[in-house]
Design a protein around this ligand. Sequence first.
Ligand SMILES: [Zn+2]
Ligand SMILES: [Zn+2]
Length: 394
Amino acid sequence: MSERTRVVWDPSFTRYDFGRWHPMSPVRLELTARLCSDLGLFALDDVDVVSAAPASDDLLRTVHGEEYVAAVKTASADPHRADEQYGLGTDDDPAFRGMHEAAARIVGGTVDTALAIWRGEARHGVNFCGGMHHAKRDTAAGFCVYNDAAVAIQALLDQGCERVAYIDLDVHHGDGTEAAFWDDPRVLTLSVHESGRTLFPGTGYPDELGGPGAEGSAVNLALPAGIGDAGWLRAVAAVAPPLVRAFAPQVLITQHGCDTHALDPLGNLTVSVDAQAVAAALVHDLAHEVSEGRWLALGGGGYEVVDVVPRTWAQLVAIAVRQPLERGRAVPESWRRHVEELTGRPAPRTMSDGVSAGYEPWSGGYDPADPVDRAVLATRRAAFPLHGLDPEFD
Ligand SMILES: [Zn+2]
Ligand SMILES: [Zn+2]
């Protein structure tokens, strides 16, 4: 198998643009790519930076309904004809000219990379433009039009892959990806998110476990609002490794929405850039342990587009290209100048938030009165026995 890492990028991905007042500004992608490039990550010998063509209608229809794809194309050609019945032309998903091609290109990048990993042409892949986890079979939702993660998972299954694990670290529940494989025991979807009691989309509780014949294939960890690095990392580390080891996937796909960060305007967690890098390293190690390194990492949410998204996803790319950044690594001066000229805002000076991002592992014991431990225990009690695991000790 090749040791290469494939990163999906070219500036055409910034055409996924809901307009000036929408929180998902494509500037976040441009600044991420430029930061990766200025750090030298795109120029490494074993890294391929590749573009992608929009996914075909046939490929989209492996996950999405035919009428929905037609509705997206209609809205894409004439935004005034957007149909709210399909979640199009709403505040969250306003229609824009070229929306179909822009959304389908994200799918193309994620599917191409997943299949390159499956064929052994790359060991790892990153599509930070992807991770559109709220898109459902027949509706756009939560800034997502087509679910690139779901189409890629389905493409792997259609190529003969027998088990895919998907870990969703976005602050929001990964509801669309979960729904696509609700009844499919070949796909484990694990979502760790802020509780639906305080955040969109209002779902993702521990008792949501998958359909008949696929019980345990969906796993949800709903965290209390306000928690930071120690609680978030403890939770991720208490569920993801044991479940993924037990499931033994052939490919690991992870979604790295960075709206968990303290500065994110939509979520209510207080996670740092550093903790997200720790989580990225954890899932990277897990892929080497369980799936021969076959790992595809995706972006997702993230609405603090200067201080948070570029640094978080550049750290993710650095891990995927085997050049993890040393603590306190300076942000390249060229990138800082570009940010300040483009946005008129001061750019961060280092790649770190200057925190330790440590956590206590579950194996050291738990406190049944602690809100994080109660959330973790609820998920472990609901899901672990379905995988032959002990909820308290594994
Ligand atoms: Zn690796
Ligand atoms: Zn999100």
